[in-house]
Write a new protein. Structure first.
Length: 61
């Protein structure tokens, strides 16, 4: 998948899912899907190596 812009497609699919959930599931379902989607995105970034967790925590002095 080198060189193929998948993030635009992922954003489109995520937005579509949020729209359908918001239309049929109400506000509570919309918030749940939104939060779980963001958590899944962050976990995916960590697993791909896009975010290095040791750099996120400042060192104690």
């Amino acid at each position: 998948m080198q060189g193929y812009p998948v993030w635009g497609l992922v954003g489109l699919l995520f937005g579509t899912v949020l729209g359908v959930v918001g239309a049929f599931g109400g506000l509570t379902a919309f918030i749940i899907v939104l939060v779980l989607g963001v958590v899944g995105f962050l976990v995916g970034l960590v697993l791909e190596g896009g975010v290095h967790l040791p750099q996120m925590h400042p060192r104690r002095q």
